[in-house]
Design a protein around this ligand. Sequence first.
Ligand code: FES
Length: 281
Amino acid sequence: MSDDKYPPESGRRRFVKGVVGGSALAGVTTTGSVAIESSTTDTGEGGGTTPYVGAEKVAGPARRAMPQIPLELDDDGYLRGVWPEVEEVERGGETVAVAETELGGRTYSSKWFQYCGAQNYPGVQPDADRDNYVRYSSRAPYEWQTEMEPGAKVHIDDLRGYESWGNGVGKSGVGKPARCRWRSEDLPKGEENLVLPVVLVRSSRIEAAARDDEWLAASTVQGTVAIFDKCTHFCCTPGFKETEQSTKFDAEDRLYCGCHQSVYDPFSLVERVFTALPRSE
Ligand code: FES
């Protein structure tokens, strides 16, 4: 898609080009190619055209990359997803809550997750008060994860052995995954399905690439990347090395969506632009 789809008045093209310049990575690529992947101009409370970084879509019917969740480590070694400070801003004559911050040379915004209905999930509301820890999902597709209590916080040491971990799907030593959730504690009865799903992958490739890249250094922790796990096709939850079936689609070392065979590469983090859906009032 061509760059000139940017609204000429936005000035965003220049900004995006500016921040991605100079990213030359081995292993993880942060590319300068920016594509607007929706032509609608739908805007509303907290919606609209949004640059973001995500795991590149490499095959299948999905429309675009799945967004990354920047990570940080607390003093005790537990992983937290970064949630920007909330500000009230005037937009279009109305006061709107915005969670947005500058991080690693880019603008990180809670709008990155506003699609697939998640724009109305409690955890995506900018001012929802959460502790932001990444916690284990109740679904544990890996043997090592079955020992972890669902809902327990993920410690960076839980992902040790990542340099050689394997489970028989694809190659060993590509990365050690965990299936998790985020900002989804204490959901009211009947709303338990509104969790924000996350896949973690800890990998030597990410660790090496982050030494030489401002964005990766700011958004990954000791080789660990977090991906918001909602397929940009029809919102299923792709998995990393979760099924042998992925080998048929050259996806055994990538994120594979079993619903319609979309494939995402968690080692190729790319900048994209999409139209975030507005949150309901
Ligand atoms: S490929 Fe269709 S939902 Fe993922």
